[in-house]
Ligand binder design. Structure first.
Ligand code: FNR
Length: 358
């Protein structure tokens, strides 16, 4: 089967994964309005291409937190890669190392942070963190990933409670017995039922009382840059800057948390306007084509991250499948850049967007 675009991987994954696994990856909260709008919002945006600008040579490289990556697309943290491919997150780590981009490892990985680091020793990785009621648990994982060379902490702030994902409830989805949340082997005991994003650990491990003061607590524990994932308003973007974090990921968790929130590409502009370049702004949710990447970068995202498409790549062929997903996206991005007259990422800016249509 010739894979031409990311949707081809989606179809393959849907056909080959078990129904419960497919449903878990695909899930959105409630009526899935926000999940679906993440994609539809890109289709409402039109570009203003420039012509006759000698696009015979193009360069898609950029930097995030001062580190060069091959193009402005990284891997968003998603749980349980062993459900898609037997080598799980180790395959993800190898693919992202080979393509030279950033891999945000989920707390809920089915390989441990140590196994992931060993699988791709030169890979560029950030670690996604939740804050647990048991703060000692958060502290110990932070020290582990620091020692392993993870380069930033991504604090996910949109899961005080897990969103209501209907199919997961219907399927009573949980991790099969041969898989574990490896980072906390032995710490969390078996839990039954759809217990949360974690689905293999007790529902009450995450601390819904976390607030801005916990950002200071995190800063007291680590010197790693802190990036807040799950901001959707200018008010919270301003607070993030005031609290001294190094980055924001505009995210609605792929529409899996609050249904009715904005598409991330629609929320991006007010955040970029407020932040005014003081820290880097990234985005995830609904990125499926190279022109989606172009639009997000034009609207001020330093980099975007893909969630579900990475899992589809794994489901197709593990490391090779994810590499293929990233290559296709890179090729599409390069082509969209050239067709709109951009030779490098620095030339992509708001003038590319047809605001009169929005
Ligand atoms: C997620 N997401 C997520 N986020 C996070 O911070 N920690 C996590 O463990 C997970 N787990 C997870 C599992 C699955 C199956 C999905 C689909 C998503 C959210 C993820 O990081 C990201 O915000 C979205 O996936 C981006 O949307 P797209 O690219 O999937 O449309």
């Amino acid at each position: 089967m010739a894979m031409v675009c990311l949707t081809d991987f989606e179809e393959y994954a849907k056909e080959h994964l078990s129904k419960a696994t497919w449903d878990y990856y695909a899930a959105g909260a409630d009526e899935c309005c926000t999940r679906d709008d993440n994609l539809l919002a890109y289709k409402r945006i039109r570009l203003r291409p420039r012509i006759l600008r000698d696009v015979s040579v193009s360069d898609t490289r950029t930097t995030v937190q001062g580190t060069e990556i091959s193009f402005p697309v990284g891997i968003a943290p998603t749980a349980f890669h062993c459900l898609a491919w037997h080598e799980g997150e180790m395959a993800t780590a190898r693919a992202t190392e080979a393509v030279n981009t950033c891999y945000i490892t989920s707390t809920y990985s089915t390989c441990s942070v140590e196994e992931i680091a060993a699988a791709a020793p030169n890979g560029y990785r950030w670690f996604q963190l939740y804050v647990y009621r048991d703060r000692k648990l958060s502290e110990s994982i932070i020290h582990r990933v620091e020692a392993l060379g993870y380069k930033a902490l991504v604090l996910t702030v949109d899961v005080p409670y897990t969103g209501k994902r209907r199919n997961d409830i219907r399927n009573q989805f949980k991790l099969p017995p041969h898989l574990k949340v490896k980072n906390f082997d032995g710490v969390f005991q078996e839990a039954a039922g759809p217990a949360g994003e974690e689905y293999g650990v007790p529902a009450n491990t995450l601390d819904p009382s976390i607030s801005w003061k916990d950002v200071y607590w995190l800063q007291s524990l680590t010197r790693l840059p802190i990036i807040i994932k799950g901001i959707l308003t200018k008010e919270d973007a301003e607070l993030a800057v005031e609290h001294g974090v190094q980055g924001i990921i505009v995210s609605n968790h792929g529409g899996r948390q609050l249904d009715g929130g904005p598409a991330t590409i629609d929320a991006l502009s007010e955040i970029v306007d407020t932040v005014q370049g003081r820290i880097e702004v990234y985005l995830d949710g609904g990125v499926r084509t190279g022109s989606d990447v172009l639009k997000a970068v034009a609207l001020g995202a330093k980099c975007v991250f893909i969630g579900r498409p990475a899992v589809w790549g794994l489901a197709y062929k593990g490391e090779e499948g994810l590499k293929e997903v990233l290559h296709i996206l890179n090729d599409e991005f390069r082509l969209s850049m050239a067709l709109s007259g951009c030779r490098n990422v620095a030339e992509i800016n708001r003038n590319l967007i047809q605001f009169s249509k929005l």
